[in-house]
Design a protein around this ligand. Structure first.
Ligand code: PSU
Ligand code: MN
Length: 300
């Protein structure tokens, strides 16, 4: 196991000392953003977590080794050479390890590896979900299935409206995943927040789910993007409609769908969606670190 899973010294020491650790994914670096925004964002997110007093642990696979915790230089290298990384979800892990390949981890794969390392809180931008035409394509992200599995709390800004939000919520219900708004009663789908949720004090909910009920599945915390950073909903919605049309015309499917949509929406909005994306993930990082710290204090 030791050879397969490599935890950086800083993260290992933090876990041993009972310090708060926050896991981060890497597909957002390799497939969610362009260079150098990807590197700046990944480093900025780590900084936010450190500033709150927690330790960030970015997760990736290099030469078939599951890595937890990266140095600044490593993040820069990865961001620059993003094309050398294969997007890896649960399905792809065995193959990338067998080939000793390089893989970036989606929300699903990051949850799995964080759980192996004993990390309970994981921050990302947006989760994968049920795609709008799923009744025809069956395209449902493995992120949603994974959320029904390990005991990890995922902090995100909801799901992007490139997805079918009502379908995504139905699927999460089927998987038994508590979905709660953090300081909001709405499900933030980045642009048009009109689904209602109850705000719940994070550490109390985590304690009830993992410690009292001992339920073996994840929790989803949804943090709305700060109002002043939100993109213009109508412009983004039009861009999404256009990108979805192109997706259909170009017959793109499988793992390529989400990266294609993110890229096209960003291009069509002239970088507006990427700007919001950066702002919201940094905000999520602050909240995630807060939750991780609160959780440790409650358990003492
Ligand atoms: N949504 C975003 N940004 C992202 C992703 C989703 O707003 O970078 C990435 C995440 O890594 C997520 C993955 O886990 O896409 C989902 O891909 P798929 O739909 O193929 O499961
Ligand atoms: Mn998919």
């Amino acid at each position: 196991m030791e050879k397969l899973l490599q935890i950086s010294q800083q993260v290992r020491e933090a876990i041993e000392k009972g310090q708060a650790v926050v896991a981060l994914e890497s597909t957002i670096i390799t497939h969610g953003m362009e260079y150098p925004t990807n590197v700046q964002t990944a480093l900025g997110v780590e900084e936010e977590i450190r500033a709150q007093g927690a330790i960030p642990a970015t997760i990736i696979i290099t030469q078939g080794v599951l890595r937890v915790g990266l140095s600044q230089e490593e993040i820069e290298e990865i961001g620059k050479n993003k094309h050398q990384y294969q997007k890896c979800s649960r399905r792809d892990l065995a193959q990338i390890i067998a080939q000793k390949g390089n893989g970036s981890t989606t929300v699903a794969a990051t949850m799995m590896i964080a759980h192996m390392a004993g990390i309970k809180v994981f921050v990302t931008g947006g989760i994968g979900g049920v795609h709008r035409g799923a009744e025809h394509t069956f395209d449902i992200s493995a992120d949603l299935v994974e959320l029904g599995q390990p005991q990890v709390a995922v902090v995100c800004a909801g799901a992007k409206s490139i997805l079918g939000i009502p379908k995504t919520l139905e699927y999460l219900e089927t998987q038994g995943v508590p979905v709660v708004g953090y300081k909001t009663k709405h499900f933030p789908n980045f642009f048009t927040p009109d689904f209602r949720f109850f705000f719940q004090e994070a550490s109390e909910l985590i304690k009830a789910q993992f410690d009292l009920l001992k339920l073996k599945n994840g929790i989803l915390f949804c943090v709305p993007i700060p109002q002043d950073q939100a993109a213009d909903g109508q412009i983004v919605q039009q861009a999404i409609d256009k990108a979805l049309k192109e997706l259909d015309e170009q017959n793109i499917n499988g793992a390529l769908v989400t990266p294609f949509l993110l890229k096209r929406v960003n291009e069509i909005t002239d970088g507006m969606s990427s700007k919001s994306n950066v702002a919201l993930i940094r905000n999520n990082a602050r909240v995630g670190a807060e939750i991780a710290i609160q959780l440790l204090q409650k358990r003492l």
